[in-house]
Each structure stands twice: as structure tokens, then as C-alpha cells.
Design a protein around this ligand. Structure first.
Ligand code: HEM
Ligand code: HEM
Length: 219
């Protein structure tokens, strides 16, 4: 019995830890990095080429993003399936956030799979180099390659991950005993609202960069 609860403890602690380090850190840098879209095709493509040319880039992506994400997603799915939500029977804000944390988690699985196929494995699936034009032509209705699902899924993905991470930071503080009392939890709740808004705006800023300027004719 002791053995089971011990492994359950570590199962949840590792899930919680990788949610912030490295996944949360990755998302913040990801939004900042893709804000280069605002500087136009040449600057953005230069940054992407630089990223892919970094030594150990693939190894870093596998160990710092894919493996933690896989662990966090599998553990998160098990946690979600076991959850007994008590909202809307008990309509408290905390119970509402508990439900949204799990709904955004499930939405994120779908978004991340589609996003990796379209944005990360472009060369593998579409035999095309990842570029500003590739993103812009899927997002923009003035393009011949316009994909009507692209813009709405990015909006949902950005809002979902911003909520999930900001609210996750709040529960992380409780999980690790950093914010044990009501006073510290009130402050961390305020910070989490600020983080949710800031991350959403940063993600939207990166996304809207692909709407700047005109597309080359025929694209
Ligand atoms: C502003 C909106 C976004 C843009 C423009 C964008 C663009 C891209 C691009 C071009 C790549 C391939 C190059 C790279 O690794 O950076 C990528 C990879 C990735 N994106 Fe995004 N993304 C956005 C939002 C998101 C969101 C909301 C999530 C998470 C829910 C996410 C998760 C990932 C992951 C996990 C990878 C793979 C990382 C790697 O292999 O290095 N992205 N994204
Ligand atoms: C890059 C994307 C993601 C990031 C940055 C992220 C981050 C976080 C963070 C920081 C927490 C709080 C941990 C705690 O309470 O101590 C969390 C909780 C959670 N995550 Fe994620 N997550 C991501 C994707 C996912 C995905 C795809 C799933 C799939 C099921 C998921 C499922 C969950 C669940 C169920 C919780 C609540 C756990 C609990 O309250 O015990 N997350 N996440």
C-alpha cells in the first residue's frame, strides 16, 4: 500500500515539475521567438534557419520538449480520467478552473499534434521548407493556400496554453508547498491572471505578424 502511494506521489510530482520546467519555459520562449514574424519574412526565416542549425537542436528538442510533453500528456490523461469534477453542482470559481484545466489539456493534445505536423514536420509531410510564407499562406484569406482551420486553431491553442500554464503555475505553487496559505494563494491567483493575459497577448502578437505586408503574387 505504502509502495503504491509513494509511486503515485512521484508520478504526480514529476508531472507537475515538467509542466513548468521545461514545458512552461519552452512556451514563453516559443512565443517570444515567433514574434520575429512581426519583422517580416527575411528576419523570421533567418531566425528559423539559425534555430535548426544549432548544434544538438534535435537532441535538445527531444529531451527538453518531446519526452517531457509525452510524459506530461500521458500522466495528465490518467489524472483527467480519474478526476471527479464537482462543477457545476458546486459552482465555485476554483472548481470551474479545475474543469477548464482538464478541458484545455485535452484540447492541447489535438492542437499540438496538428501543429507539429503543419509547423514542425513541414519538410517531412509537405516537402517544403518552414518559412514565414508557409505560415502566412495557410493563415491568410488573401492566399491561394488559405486553410480556414489554421487561424481559429492557433487562437484556441494560444488561449488554451496560456490559461493552462497560468492556472497551472497557481496549482504548482500549492503542489510544492510554495504558497501554502490563503494570503499567498490570493497573490499567486492575481499573478496567474496577469500571466494568462500577458501570454495570450504575446502569442497573438506573434500570430498577427504573419498578416503584415502583402504576399507575393500567386501565393
Ligand atoms: C503564435 C503562435 C505559434 C506559432 C507562430 C508557432 C510556430 C511554430 C513553428 C514554426 C514551429 C517549428 C519551429 C520551432 O521549433 O520553433 C513550432 C514548433 C512547436 N510548437 Fe509552435 N507555434 C505557435 C504556438 C504554439 C502553441 C500554442 C504551442 C503549444 C500548445 C506550440 C507548441 C509547439 C511545439 C511543442 C513545437 C515543437 C518544438 C520543436 O520541435 O523544437 N506552438 N511552432
Ligand atoms: C506545452 C503544453 C503544456 C504545458 C506548458 C503544461 C503545463 C502544466 C502545468 C504547469 C500544470 C500544473 C502542475 C501542478 O498543478 O503542479 C499542468 C497541469 C496539468 N496538465 Fe498540463 N501542460 C501542457 C500540456 C498538457 C497536455 C497536452 C495535457 C494532456 C492531458 C496536460 C494535462 C494536465 C493536467 C490534467 C493537469 C492538472 C493536474 C492536477 O491538477 O493534478 N497538460 N500543466
Amino acid at each position: 500500500m505504502e509502495q503504491v502511494s509513494r509511486s503515485n506521489f512521484w508520478f504526480k510530482r514529476i508531472h507537475s515539475f515538467v509542466g513548468i520546467v521545461p514545458l512552461g519555459i519552452f512556451i514563453v520562449f516559443h512565443f517570444i521567438f515567433h514574434s520575429y514574424s512581426q519583422q517580416g519574412p527575411a528576419a523570421y526565416d533567418g531566425r528559423i534557419d539559425w534555430l535548426y542549425s544549432l548544434p544538438l537542436h534535435t537532441a535538445a528538442a527531444i529531451f527538453l520538449v518531446y519526452i517531457p510533453l509525452l510524459y506530461h500528456s500521458i500522466a495528465g490523461t490518467i489524472i483527467t480520467l480519474k478526476a471527479r469534477p464537482n462543477w457545476p453542482q458546486y459552482p465555485y470559481f476554483g472548481n470551474f478552473k479545475f474543469v477548464i484545466q482538464r478541458l484545455t489539456a485535452l484540447g492541447l493534445i489535438a492542437f499540438i499534434i496538428a501543429h507539429l505536423v503543419k509547423a514542425r514536420f513541414v519538410e517531412l509531410f509537405f516537402h517544403e521548407r518552414m518559412s514565414w510564407l508557409h505560415e502566412a499562406s495557410a493563415l491568410r484569406w488573401d492566399s491561394a493556400h488559405y486553410n480556414p482551420l489554421s487561424f481559429p486553431s492557433y487562437i484556441l491553442g494560444i488561449v488554451a496554453v496560456s490559461f493552462h500554464l497560468a492556472n497551472g503555475l497557481w496549482t504548482f505553487g500549492i503542489t510544492w508547498g510554495i504558497t501554502p496559505g490563503p494570503k499567498s494563494q490570493r497573490w499567486s491567483a492575481r499573478f496567474s491572471i496577469f500571466l494568462f493575459i500577458a501570454l495570450t497577448l504575446l502569442g497573438l502578437y506573434a500570430l498577427l505578424g504573419f498578416f503584415r505586408g502583402s504576399l507575393p503574387l500567386g501565393d
